[in-house]
Design a binder for this molecule. Sequence first.
Ligand code: CMP
Length: 139
Amino acid sequence: MIQRTLLIIKPDATIRLLTGEILHRVEEAGYQILAMEQIHLTVEETRAFYYVHEGKYFFEPLVAFMSSGPCVPVVIEGEDAVEGIRRLVGVTNPEEAGDGTIRHDFGETMRRNSVHASDCAESAREEIGFFFSRRHLVG
Ligand code: CMP
């Protein structure tokens, strides 16, 4: 099934000039980039994006980190894109992520793990809508 998902290239990766390399991996795996932008999220925007984690012990440091520098949210389309991009990204902790995954290769810590990827089709819809409107979604 053709799906859309959201990937965010996080500040630890943009600051190390890894944006192009990460986008290359997405395209090389056969996915199409429908929309993207580089933005510096405010604290309030970051809190709103990660609202499902509010109250967890890692929430405040996560918000501080994600609003500390530029991010690149990317809308990706392709066959089973939600699961496929999660496989390309690897698990949350870079130390446990499989060889060749983005988090294994570029992630520094559980927090500074280089990318976010939507965890299911429903959150993908919600997360894409957080950053992009229909007119951005071309292709
Ligand atoms: P992400 O996929 O963006 O979703 C929530 C983020 O919170 C996650 O990636 C990590 O960056 C961060 N996170 C999740 N669990 C922890 C944790 N135990 N310690 C620190 N950060 C975490």
